[in-house]
Write a protein that binds this ligand. Structure first.
Ligand SMILES: Cc1cc2nc3c(=O)[nH]c(=O)nc-3n(C[C@H](O)[C@H](O)[C@H](O)COP(=O)(O)OP(=O)(O)OC[C@H]3O[C@@H](n4cnc5c(N)ncnc54)[C@H](O)[C@@H]3O)c2cc1C
Length: 454
C-alpha cells in the first residue's frame, strides 16, 4: 500500500503530514498532475500566483524537506515505466512511481535495482532527492544508479541532464533536495534480476567493531543492528547468489516459507517489537531491560530470495530517526562514544542503532561525496523523547565531520554544511541559475542551503 502524505481538513485547508509525524504543513494549493505538461502547467500557475512549489513523495522523510505553504505537487498520478532496454538495463521511470511498484515492474522485465534501502514505500524521485541509500562497501547510494533525469524547471520548461548533457545540473540534481526543479522522469541503469543469500546472526559488538572493515569488504551488502544497552549486534550479510555457488556445491539456503516470513517479519519484528515499545513508552524505566532482552533474543536466520525481498522489510512500528554518514575509519570512535553516552541519557532509548556502509561517489550533495562512508542511524520510538539523544549523537558525529541524511532529523544549517560539502557553493550557483526566484524553496531549504541567491 502506498503511504500517502495525510490530507486532513483543518481550518478549511488540507494538512500535509509526514509518516513519522515530525513535520506538518498547510499548502495554499494542491495539484495532482497526470502528465508532464500538467507538471509544467502547475509550476507556471504557481509562478503567476506568486507561490512556491514542492513536489511531494510518499512523506517518508523525517525532516520537513517536502513541506510547503505554497503549491503541493502530488505526483501519485504520474507513475510507471515509460521505456526499458533489457540489453543495456536502461529503464526510464515516471518520478511518482513508488519503489515497491518499480520493483514489481522490473521483476516482469527480468531486471532489478543493484541496491536498495530498507523499505520500498518511497517514490523514486523522493528517495533520490534526499540521498537514500542501502548498504554495500562497493556500491554507492541510489542516486549512483541514475543515468539521466528529466526536470521541469522554474519557468515550466523541460530539460534533460546526464553525464554528457548539462553535466553540472546532473551532478547537482541527482541528490537535489527538490531545490532545482521537479524531476519528471528518471533513467536508471538496472542490472539483471538476481537472488540474494541472506545470513543474519548475533555477534558480540566488540568483535564486530574490531573486524568491521573485513566484514564490510567480505559481503556485497553488510550491516548491523545494535541495541544500545546490549552486548550483541545482529549482523546481516547479504550476498549475490552466483552460478559458481551451485558449481562449487556451496549449500544455498531455501526461501523462507510464507508462514515463516509472516511470523518473523510481521509478528515478531513488527507486532512483537511494537508491543515491547508500547510497554517501554508506558514504563520508561523498563526500557534498558527491554532493550537488553531484545538484544539477547537476536537469533540466526539464513534464506535466499529475490533481491528486493531481502533488501526490503516491513516497518510498521513508527519512530523518529537521525542518520549521519561518517568517514568509514571513524565508525569505531562513534560507536564507542555512543555506547558511553546512551546509559547516561535522562530518557532511555528503545530502538536499535543501524550501521551500514557505502562507496564514495561524485554527486555534489551526496553524503558519500568523495569518501567511503559508514552510516550510523539512531532511532527512538514514536512518542518517546528523542531530542537529548539526537543532540548527543550530533555532538559525537560532529567530531568526525559527519554528514546528515537530508531526509532524517538533524540540526545543521548552511554554514556548517558548506564546510562538509566541497561542492556546496557550486550547488548553490546551479540552483541560482535554474531557479532565479526560489520557486522551489521552503523553510528547510533556507536552513540547509542558506538564503536563495538572486
Ligand atoms: C520507515 C523508513 C525507512 C527508511 N529507510 C531508509 C533507508 O533504508 N535508507 C535511506 O537512505 N533512507 C531511508 N529512509 C528515508 C527516506 O528514504 C527518505 O527520506 C526519502 O526521501 C523519502 O522518500 P519520499 O518519496 O517519501 O519523499 P518525501 O519525503 O515525500 O520527499 C523527499 C524530498 O524529495 C522531494 N521530491 C519528491 N518528489 C520529487 C520530484 N519529483 N522532483 C523533485 N523533488 C522531489 C521533496 O520535495 C522532498 O524534498 C527511510 C524512511 C522511513 C520513514
Amino acid at each position: 500500500m502506498r503511504t500517502q502524505p495525510s490530507a486532513q481538513p483543518s481550518s478549511g485547508r488540507r494538512v500535509w503530514r509526514n509518516w513519522a509525524g515530525t513535520a506538518t504543513a498547510t499548502p495554499a494549493r494542491w495539484s495532482r498532475p497526470r502528465d508532464e505538461a500538467g507538471i509544467s502547467a502547475a509550476v507556471k500557475d504557481a509562478a503567476e500566483a506568486g507561490l512556491t512549489v514542492r513536489a511531494l513523495g510518499s512523506g517518508h522523510s523525517f525532516t520537513a524537506a517536502a513541506a510547503t505553504s505554497g503549491v503541493a505537487l502530488d505526483l501519485s498520478g504520474w507513475t510507471g515505466i515509460t521505456a526499458a532496454d533489457t540489453a543495456t538495463g536502461l529503464v526510464t521511470v515516471r518520478s511518482g512511481t513508488t519503489l515497491r511498484a518499480l520493483n514489481a515492474e522490473l521483476d516482469g522485465l527480468g531486471l532489478a535495482m543493484a541496491n536498495l534501502g530498507d523499505i520500498d514505500a518511497q517514490t523514486l524521485a523522493g528517495a533520490l532527492s534526499t540521498g537514500t541509500h542501502g548498504t554495500g562497501a562497493r556500491l554507492g547510494g541510489m542516486a549512483t544508479q541514475v543515468e539521466a533525469l528529466e526536470l521541469v524547471l522554474a519557468d515550466g520548461s523541460v530539460v534533460t541532464c546526464s553525464a554528457s548533457a548539462r553535466p553540472e545540473l546532473f551532478a547537482a540534481a541527482r541528490v537535489g533536495l527538490g531545490a532545482l526543479g521537479v524531476i519528471s522522469t528518471v533513467t536508471l541503469r538496472c542490472v539483471p534480476s538476481f537472488m540474494l543469500v541472506a545470513d543474519e546472526r548475533p555477534l558480540p559488538v566488540e568483535e564486530v567493531l574490531e573486524q568491521f572493515d573485513e566484514l564490510a569488504a567480505a559481503s556485497d551488502h553488510f550491516e548491523f543492528y545494535w541495541f544500545p544497552y546490549g552486548r550483541q549486534v545482529l549482523v546481516k550479510r547479504n550476498n549475490r547468489l552466483t552460478g559458481g555457488d551451485a558449481e562449487r556445491g556451496t549449500p544455498v539456503p531455501a526461501a523462507l516459507p510464507t508462514w515463516r516470513r509472516f511470523w518473523e517479519f510481521e509478528v515478531m519484528e513488527n507486532a512483537g517489537f511494537g508491543t515491547l515499545c508500547r510497554l517501554g513508552r508506558a514504563r520508561p524505566r523498563l526500557i534498558p531491560a527491554l532493550n537488553r532482552f531484545s538484544s539477547a533474543a537476536l537469533s540466526t536466520r539464513t534464506y535466499t530470495d529475490t533481491s528486493h525481498r531481502v533488501f526490503v522489510t516491513p516497518r510498521r512500528v513508527r519512530f523518529a530517526e537521525s542518520e549521519y554518514a561518517v568517514p568509514r575509519e571513524s565508525l569505531g570512535q562513534v560507536i564507542t562514544e555512543l555506547r558511553n553516552a546512551v546509559p547516561r541519557l535522562h530518557h532511555p532509548v528503545m530502538f536499535p542503532v543501524e550501521v551500514r556502509v557505502a562507496a564514495a561517489d561524485d554527486i555534489w550533495l551526496s553524503t558519500g561525496y568523495g569518501r567511503e562512508s559508514a552510516y550510523v542511524a539512531i532511532h527512538q520510538y514514536t512518542g518517546l523523547p528523542y531530542q537529548e539523544y539526537f543532540d548527543r549523537f550530533e555532538s559525537i558525529v560532529a567530531e568526525v565531520d559527519g554528514r546528515p541524511h537530508w531526509g532524517k532529523l538533524h540540526s545543521l544549517d548552511s554554514g556548517r554544511l558548506r564546510s562538509l560539502y566541497p561542492r556546496f557553493d557550486e550547488f548553490r550557483r546551479v540552483r541560482a541559475e535554474v531557479d532565479r526566484e526560489g520557486r522551489f524553496g521552503n523553510a528547510y531549504l533556507t536552513r540547509v542551503l542558506g538564503a536563495h541567491d538572486l
